[in-house]
Design a binder for this molecule. Structure first.
Ligand code: PEP
Ligand code: MG
Length: 322
């Protein structure tokens, strides 16, 4: 398979009827960006910045963060690099932050919630991102958003920091985009409202599946429910993509589902504009996208959305896999 996929190297990512979409890579540190380039990814759709904060015993400084974000941007040579701000909590602990043990950590004090209650250290990260934006096409992405207030507050902080940088005569991209990860049912249900505030969406299907199905993504006993083929998750993804497209903002996906060959036709039908996958999945994903026309994908989506169970959807998608 690996050999056959080489025909997709150096090509645009297009559907069988010629619609171009973006195909990006997910990374966990600046070094990984080289892997995305080597794999022929067209940008970075998710840079998980947690690595910078883990494996150390104190917060990374602004300069340390700046160097890491700049390195990723430079490796991508002007291609888009979507950097997610700190997604701490849930299953990701950072001991020196001293977060209290919680009964329900996935429903607790984490990600943007933590950052907005610790604005001083959040500003350090946002300032580093702004400074690095002078060296490439960096976009800021906010995890685990559940309400409009959160994205508004992040944008206020970004605006404040821009003024600060102006007065210090430090360069940054004045048009830097700030986007929202859609990975909670709340965000999905208010996607139309969030689309008025956000410059782009990226659907985090790992968490969106967990929260939609109320199933801990790491719990083997309930893993049978953890599937993006569930009608509830399909409807949620469709709603988000349509709301984003209606508002004229880019909608991408950076959860595992973006690389699922069975799901890709549905994502094409729903109108997804950007797929962000692991470097190892880039060429295969481009190959799968190339096999589907919008009309064929639409026909399959109509059938899939008429089904009542995860198993029926899985069976249908397998039968039509190309
Ligand atoms: C997701 O939730 O789908 C996602 C991409 O983020 P993470 O896996 O880091 O939670
Ligand atoms: Mg997530």
């Amino acid at each position: 398979e690996k050999e056959l996929l080489q025909i997709y190297r150096g090509k645009d990512t297009v559907t069988a009827d010629g619609t171009k979409v973006a195909l990006y890579g997910n990374i966990g540190n600046p070094e990984d960006a080289k892997g995305v380039v080597a794999a022929d990814g067209e940008g970075v759709g998710l840079f998980r910045t947690e690595f910078l904060f883990m494996g150390t015993d104190s917060l990374p400084t602004e300069d340390e963060q700046f160097e890491a974000y700049k390195a990723a941007a430079e490796t991508m040579q002007g291609k888009e690099v979507i950097i997610r701000t700190l997604d701490v909590g849930g299953d990701k602990d950072i001991p020196y932050l001293g977060l209290e043990k919680e009964d329900n950590p996935f429903l607790g004090f984490r990600a943007v919630r933590y950052c907005l209650k610790n604005e001083d250290s959040y500003k350090v990260q946002l300032r580093a991102l702004l400074r690095a934006s002078a060296f490439g096409d960096i976009k800021i992405m906010v995890p685990l958003v559940t309400c409009v207030d959160e994205i508004r507050r992040v944008k206020e902080l970004v605006a404040e920091l821009k003024k600060e940088l102006d007065s210090e005569k430090i360069a940054y991209n004045k048009d830097i985009q700030v986007g929202v990860m859609i990975e909670t049912p709340a965000a999905s249900l208010i996607a139309d409202l969030l689309a008025k505030e956000a410059d782009f969406f990226s659907i985090g299907t790992n968490d969106l599946t967990q929260y939609t199905m109320a199933v801990d993504r790491g719990n083997a006993k309930v893993a049978y429910l953890y599937s993006a083929y569930n009608p509830a998750v399909l409807r949620s993804m469709k709603n988000v993509i349509e709301a984003g497209n209606a508002a004229g903002i880019m909608v991408g996906m950076c959860g595992e589902a973006a690389a699922d060959p069975l799901l890709i036709p549905l994502l094409i039908s729903f109108g997804l504009g950007e797929f962000s996958v692991s470097a190892t999945s880039v060429l295969r994903t481009r190959g799968t996208i190339a096999k589907w026309s919008k009309a064929d994908a639409d026909a399959l989506a109509v059938k899939a959305l008429s089904l009542s169970t995860e198993a029926e959807v899985a069976e249908l998608l397998k039968a039509f896999a190309r």
